[in-house]
Ligand binder design. Structure first.
Ligand code: SF4
Length: 288
């Protein structure tokens, strides 16, 4: 029988023992952090020089894209909804979710925000209201089984010789036989199957670490996609974890770490990478 959401009582997750991974010290010397994050790995794969500016040199970005702030705001709002399910509080209404969404804009100087050619802050706020309305009306606003964690910290060694992976799982749920690791995404449109497959690596790594939480259960990854279309829709893409895909992803992580450790930093310019990059001036000034 599937347990109800009201079964979710804190604390449900065991505390983690301190890591003894010796490579964490190497990461700390290089970046000041004794771990590696998916965001760092993914930045390196996008552009190794951008990785260096952000994680090794600690350079502040000259600008930040509105899409990044907008996505953070939607995340914050949706997570607040699930946090209420976890703690048993009344579900927040649309106004409360919009308040949470707006908080993502507060730390940014308006002049440093890079808007798209057809966007304004008002048009994005209007879009956020439509997306969150669609979310609240969707089946995804309820949870099958019980909520184990929201923005749940996860950390552990993936491969020997690579620092611990540290991350936050947007939503962790379980029913009678499956642990589900959910990532919340905003997207310009509905996702194709190729997009689901191409975006799965982060969740595969998190699911690998999360497998210790509920030993013996199947593990599934789930993307919750809110589209930024005129009439927003909420999609779910659920997949069972295949061990072969985890192995391939771990091999990729190891190669990326080796390159980082060796200081292989070079620019990878492309229209897609550079248009929203916050380090364009630093990149132009880079002489090798
Ligand atoms: S401007 Fe382009 S090439 Fe330069 S650091 Fe940014 S993403 Fe890399």
């Amino acid at each position: 029988m599937i347990a109800g959401v009201e079964d979710a009582l804190l604390p449900v997750l065991p505390s983690k023992p301190a890591s003894t991974n010796p490579t964490n010290e190497v990461a700390k010397r290089l970046t000041g952090r004794d771990y590696i994050s998916w965001s760092a790995l993914s930045t390196f794969r996008t552009c190794p020089l951008k990785y260096k500016f952000r994680y090794v040199d600690g350079l502040r970005e000259e600008s930040v894209s509105s899409a990044l702030i907008f996505g953070t705001g939607i995340h914050t709002a949706v997570e607040q909804h699930y946090q209420a399910l976890l703690s048993g509080d009344p579900k927040p209404d649309l106004d409360a979710l919009l308040f949470a969404y707006r908080s993502a804009w507060l730390p940014h100087e308006p002049d440093a925000i890079q808007f798209g050619s057809t966007e304004t802050r008002a048009s994005l706020d209007d879009l956020a209201a439509r997306m969150l309305t669609a979310f609240l009306a969707s089946p995804s606003a309820s949870v099958q089984g019980r909520v184990l964690g929201v923005e749940e910290e996860i950390r552990g060694m993936l491969v020997e010789g690579v620092p611990d992976l540290y991350g936050r799982v947007d939503l962790l749920t379980e029913d009678a036989d499956t642990l589900v690791v959910t990532d919340i995404k905003t997207s310009r449109g509905k996702w194709s199957q190729e997009q689901v497959e191409d975006s799965g690596e982060q969740l595969l790594l998190y699911s690998h670490l999360a497998s210790e939480i509920s030993p013996g259960k199947k593990i599934a990854t789930r993307f919750l996609v809110l589209t930024k279309t005129k009439e927003p829709v909420v999609e779910e893409h659920v997949r069972e974890v295949e061990p072969g895909n985890v192995k391939r992803t771990l091999a990729g992580v190891e190669r990326v770490w080796r390159a980082i450790e060796s200081g292989v930093f070079y620019p990878a310019p492309s229209t897609m990478n550079c248009a929203s990059c916050g380090y364009r001036a630093a990149c132009r000034a880079w002489a090798g």
